[in-house]
Structures are given as C-alpha cells and as structure tokens.
Design a protein around this ligand. Structure first.
Ligand SMILES: Nc1nc2c(c(=O)[nH]1)N(C=O)[C@@H](CNc1ccc(C(=O)N[C@@H](CCC(=O)O)C(=O)O)cc1)CN2
Ligand SMILES: Nc1ncnc2c1ncn2[C@@H]1O[C@H](COP(=O)(O)OP(=O)(O)OP(=O)(O)O)[C@@H](O)[C@H]1O
Length: 216
C-alpha cells in the first residue's frame, strides 16, 4: 500500500511516510526537488511576494536549497526558523547565505543567531513553505509531532499575518487523508514537482474540495 491505511494513527503514518520518502533514489530526489522549487519560485513571483519563510532540509526531505538560492538571487527576504525546544516555538531569522546556518535541534540546519538577522515582523511574510511527512488535498498536514508549525500558525494569526501557507514536498507525500486533531493548522495548498495545488475555498455548496481540479 502506498500510504497509511484509512484509520492508521499519526504514529503509523509518520513511520510509513518517512520510509516512503527515504526510498527516493538520490538522482530522482535532486530532480524532483529542483522541479518543486521552480514551481515555488514561479508561484512566489506571480504573487509578488518579497518575503517568505522556508525550511532548511534534513533527513530525506525535499531539498529546498534551489528555492533559497533563487530567493537570494531575486532580492527577496529569505527567512528560516530556529526551534526553541523549551516551549516548542519557532523564531524567525533572515538568512543571506548558507554560511549563516549551523546544525540545530534535531539535526535540522538552522540560522546561527550570531550571524543571521532576527525577524519579528510576521505581517511582512507573504508565504510560508511548510515541511511535513504527509499532506492531503483538504489542506491537512502531518509533521514530526512537535506541534511547531501549529503553534506558529496561531501566533501568525494573532499578529495579523496574512501569509499563504503551502506545503512543499514530494508528490509521493500527498495522500487522500491525514488524521487531524483540532489544533492542526490547515494549509492553503501544496507544491510538489508536479505543480501547485490550492485547497478549494470552504463554504457555499462545496463538498470540501473532493471534486476540485488537481493542479491549476
Ligand atoms: N527541515 C525542517 N525543519 C523543521 C521542521 C521540519 O519538519 N523540517 N519542523 C517541523 O515541525 C520543526 C522541527 N520539528 C521536529 C520535531 C520532531 C523531530 C523528531 O526528531 N522527532 C522524533 C520523535 C520525537 C519524540 O517523539 O520523542 C523522530 O521523528 O524520531 C524533528 C523535528 C522546525 N524545523
Ligand atoms: N497551538 C498549540 N498549542 C499548544 N499545543 C499544541 C498546539 N499545536 C499542537 N500542540 C501539541 O503539540 C503536539 C504535537 O502536535 P502534532 O502531532 O499535530 O504535530 P505536527 O504538526 O506533526 O508537528 P510539527 O508542526 O512540529 O511538524 C501535540 O501534543 C499537541 O497537543
């Protein structure tokens, strides 16, 4: 089976999705990462965003380096998070090159606070690219279980941030559904090597998006 059984819990799905992602061969990983980053860059350009929050990849995640490099070349403010493990919050920094990164919590490459610029203005952020293990077409997401992005979504909302939240992941990480809990933040869409998918807006006589077009 390609994804977790319909009622599999979060822990089972996490294990299965990590294994699925680990199995992508290196040359394919590079190619698919470059394609997904190209779609993300085009999407940012269309939206006219001049500041975005991305993630620096670890384990077998999609390699976001081409997107970060594109952001620097194009003069955008490129932000990356630092994990505060004490309260499981994310602190944002503007990063100008890979030299400003060091190994942080969980082995994730993080901005070095001694070099990067602390970024407090959540309202200036046009887009948030969210990492994860699995994503579903209704905007639900499964992460590593720290709740970092759910908490951060709450903070962004509270400060009036209007960023679009997009998963950035491989196509094999898209599954029909993800087990959700009330605190789980919903995304506005996701970007894979296949293109940009937007979650249909809820409301009206929509059935929650099941009949929506896939890639637009
Ligand atoms: N590149 C990247 N950066 C990111 C995330 C991410 O998913 N990817 N995060 C997304 O939130 C945050 C880091 N969150 C993480 C949370 C838990 C584990 C972790 O290793 N969990 C253990 C299980 C821990 C336990 O249950 O005790 C594991 O997976 O083995 C890793 C990262 C912030 N930065
Ligand atoms: N907004 C929040 N406030 C307080 N606790 C939260 C919040 N969001 C999540 N949590 C807690 O964090 C824990 C992990 O949540 P969850 O399994 O949804 O993480 P995740 O989305 O997979 O992780 P991550 O965002 O780090 O990738 C849960 O125990 C949950 O209760």
């Amino acid at each position: 089976m390609k994804y977790g059984s319909r009622h599999a819990g979060k822990a089972t799905l996490r294990r299965e999705m990590a294994a699925l992602r680990d199995r992508i061969p290196d040359p394919e990983r590079k190619l698919r990462s470059e394609r997904a980053c190209r779609h993300a860059a085009e999407w940012l350009r269309e939206r006219g965003a001049d500041c975005f929050l991305a993630y620096a990849s670890f384990r077998s995640e999609l390699d976001t380096r081409p997107l970060l490099e594109w952001g620097w070349r194009s003069g955008l403010a490129v932000l990356l998070p630092v994990c505060n493990t004490a309260d499981r919050s994310l602190e944002l920094y503007r990063v100008r090159s890979f030299d400003e990164l060091k190994r942080g919590a969980y082995g994730v490459p993080e901005p070095d606070p001694a070099q990067a610029e602390r970024w407090q203005d959540a309202r200036s952020i046009g887009a948030v690219f969210v990492p994860g293990l699995a994503f579903a077409p209704d905007g639900s997401r499964l992460g590593y279980g720290g709740g970092y992005y759910d908490r951060f979504a709450g903070r962004m909302r509270a400060s009036g941030g209007a960023a679009r939240w997009m998963g950035l992941a491989f196509g094999v990480q898209i599954v029909p559904e993800v087990p959700v809990e009330p605190h789980d933040a919903r995304l506005d869409g996701y970007i894979t090597e296949d293109g940009v998918y937007r979650v249909p807006r809820r409301g009206g006589c929509s059935d929650g998006g099941r009949e929506a077009d896939a890639f637009q």
